[in-house]
Design a protein around this ligand. Structure first.
Ligand code: FES
Length: 183
């Protein structure tokens, strides 16, 4: 499983937010789900560090917190990527090869569904029907719906992002003050 390295300032926010949430709840086991729901709501995901902190505060094994978090697929264990790719795995999309599309993204990005690339450019997840079955197989990239996606289109989508990033890098080198880089 790919783990995304967190910066010190992010770890600080995680510690402080988790502590604040824990203060508003009893440290009883039955509070576990409401607590992890609130952590995800505030941070956008449920970091491993927060799960450790919760386990310690509640006096329960860390594996129990992890078990609950992975049992319910509402919890995201990795920080969302800059670009979020959601592959529809509803019935129509599945029948039209949604799993092949998911597989293509996994191979191209070298991550599994539910993970984020180490550079945090992309996160990949499977979702239930997004409501446009006639366009199956469907992928939602950031908020844009991609229709009748093929493995070649997967390459095209990712290539477009790579080109966009290369352009931005070029722009930053030309105008370092606009890109926030001083040298
Ligand atoms: S099953 Fe994918 S849009 Fe409905």
């Amino acid at each position: 499983m790919i783990t995304v390295a967190l910066r010190e300032d992010e770890l600080k926010v995680i510690r402080e937010e988790t502590e604040a949430i824990l203060k508003n709840h009893e440290t009883e086991r039955q509070e576990l789900i409401p607590v992890i729901q609130e952590v995800q709501e505030r941070l956008g995901y449920l970091p491993k560090e927060a799960m450790q902190q919760i386990a310690e505060a509640m006096g329960i094994p860390e594996v129990d917190v992890y078990g609950v978090a992975t049992f319910y697929n509402q919890f995201r264990l990795n920080p969302p990527g800059k670009h979020q790719i959601k592959v529809c795995m509803g019935t129509a999309c599945h029948m039209m090869g949604g799993h092949i599309i998911l597989d293509s993204f996994e191979r191209r990005l070298e991550i599994k569904e539910g993970e984020t690339t180490p550079d945090r450019e992309f996160s990949l997840e499977r979702v239930a029907c997004v409501g446009c079955c006639a366009l199956a197989p469907v992928v939602v990239v950031d908020e844009k719906v991609e229709a009748k996606v093929s493995p070649i289109r997967v390459d095209g989508i990712l290539l477009a992002f790579e080109m966009q990033k290369a352009e931005q890098e070029k722009g930053k080198k030309k105008n370092p003050e606009e890109g926030g880089q001083e040298n």
